[in-house]
Write a protein of this length. Structure first.
Length: 211
């Protein structure tokens, strides 16, 4: 009888712990839903579902879906949604950088990374001041190899010689052809027109050289 009572007490304790864990995760899920809804409201887009969200464009040739695309965000279930102010900065970047570059190559233009929210940026080990987070200006990584139209070298030179920008980086170039081109934009008054080259040092750490 005592053994039976002991087993019942043990079962009750385990069940209590499981229920407590279940309610904790349910609470976390609800909190995430409320946060997601709050972020959606901040955008003032009044969207009913995610499919409609994909129809939004940052510019004529840059969709919302391309702006927030991230395999890491999908893998870890990270909400990579910009708020209204952040999206407006991305729209300005698209107008002043993306569209002129696309017109220059006269075809589809690939970007490997545009918007990275703070959570996603932390997850991938990005800089705390990364302009991909669109808290101060906005940035994108342009890569012509995605659609095989134009070259990253030509895009880099076009931006350097023709456009107003905040920061332009030739990322890990082979010869004079970058693996991709990082370019950011803040405003006509605040753009630094800073040009850099990234490379790996002897300890395989990323370094930057002013060009």
């Amino acid at each position: 009888m005592n053994e039976l009572r002991f087993k019942f007490t043990l079962w009750k304790a385990k069940t209590k712990r499981k229920l407590k864990k279940f309610w904790y995760f349910q609470k976390e899920w609800l909190n995430w839903c409320f946060e997601f809804d709050e972020e959606l409201n901040k955008t003032n887009f009044n969207l009913k579902d995610f499919e409609k969200m994909k129809q939004i464009k940052a510019s004529e040739h840059l969709t919302y879906d391309e702006v927030v695309q991230s395999n890491t965000a999908k893998k870890y279930g990270i909400n990579n949604m910009p708020n209204k102010a952040q999206f407006e900065r991305i729209e300005l970047w698209a107008k002043e950088i993306f569209e002129p570059v696309r017109n220059f190559i006269n075809d589809e233009l690939g970007c490997t990374s545009i918007y990275r929210g703070d959570e996603l940026n932390t997850k991938i080990g990005g800089s705390l001041t990364s302009q991909h987070s669109a808290n101060y200006g906005a940035a994108g990584d342009i890569n012509c190899k995605i659609y095989h139209h134009g070259t990253n070298k030509d895009v880099f030179n076009f931006i350097k010689c023709t456009l107003d920008f905040d920061q332009l980086i030739s990322e890990f170039p082979k010869g004079k052809n970058p693996k991709w081109v990082h370019v950011s934009y803040v405003s006509k008054e605040e753009n630094r027109n800073q040009i850099l080259r990234s490379y790996k040092d002897e300890n395989n750490k990323t370094k930057y050289e002013i060009l």
